[in-house]
Design a protein around this ligand. Structure first.
Ligand code: SF4
Length: 252
């Protein structure tokens, strides 16, 4: 089976526990205007112009080749590490992702994914994933759709379903000024997360940054964010509201 990879490399602690081999897969069904990997969005890869030269954002590989690479990197997966699939949105290449997760599980390799949890068959992956990170960008369907282009309904439904029996689930909230960063927003997020009914859920709040800004231009797209910054006070207040509501907060 073929799989399109944006980039890959070892990373310690931020994409799951320990030292992990992280694969960024091509393609995303959301269109977040703050995306720090905008070249990951086009399903077949984005044409980028870097230093006057044109290149495609991704390369295509055989899943067998990728799995061999994973096996040969096993010694490096120390401190409880393993393999992480992120994006883009890794579930868009569902069959290839499933095959690799399955093979890793069979080989005793710790698996993680970071996902927007919107794929219709997302729930079926849960048993193959040791460490799951889901991005929850907004609690409100309308606002989510207006800004990101897709409703959050499937995401919320899927998180609710996997919450029923997961021992571990990390929710990432990207905190973006003008979109979801007020203390009222925090209260609504807390309400929603509590309604999932799983006390093991942890939340990490990630502040807006502009790291991917230049890449939008390289892909021939306009970076439209103007007021996404979140002050220290707003961030602290947001996190405090979640904590006061009994939500467990972590920072990786
Ligand atoms: S879901 Fe992630 S990869 Fe997709 S557009 Fe949003 S930030 Fe980018």
């Amino acid at each position: 089976m073929k799989i399109k990879i944006l980039h890959k490399g070892f990373n310690f602690s931020q994409d799951g526990p320990g030292n992990r081999l992280v694969y960024h897969l091509q393609g995303c069904n959301f269109f977040c205007p703050w995306c720090s990997n905008p070249e990951s969005i086009a399903r077949d890869g984005a044409k980028m112009t870097v230093d006057g030269k044109e290149k495609l954002s991704c390369t295509e590989h055989d899943t067998d080749e990728v799995f061999s690479e994973i096996l040969s990197g096993k010694m490096m997966m120390f401190s409880g590490g393993g393999v992480t699939f992120t994006g883009g949105e890794p579930t868009l290449q569902f069959d290839a992702l499933r095959e690799l997760l399955l093979k890793c599980k069979e080989a005793g390799i710790n698996t993680a994914i970071e996902t927007n949890a919107s794929h219709p068959s997302f729930v079926s992956l849960s048993e193959l994933v040791d460490y799951m990170i889901v991005d929850l960008k907004h609690y409100d369907a309308e606002k989510h759709k207006n800004v990101i282009g897709t409703s959050n309904e499937k995401t919320i439904e899927n998180i609710r379903k996997v919450s029923k029996d997961r021992e571990q689930l990390l929710i990432h909230i990207p905190l973006v000024g003008g979109f979801n960063s007020t203390s009222q927003d925090a209260g609504k997020f807390a309400e929603l997360i509590k309604s999932f009914g799983n006390e093991k859920i942890q939340v990490e709040v990630l502040r807006y940054h502009e790291y991917g800004k230049d890449k939008w231009t390289q892909c021939g797209m306009e970076y439209k964010m103007t007021d996404g910054h979140v002050s220290d006070e707003e961030y602290t207040e947001f996190v405090d509201v979640l904590k006061r509501n009994g939500i467990s907060i972590i920072k990786t």
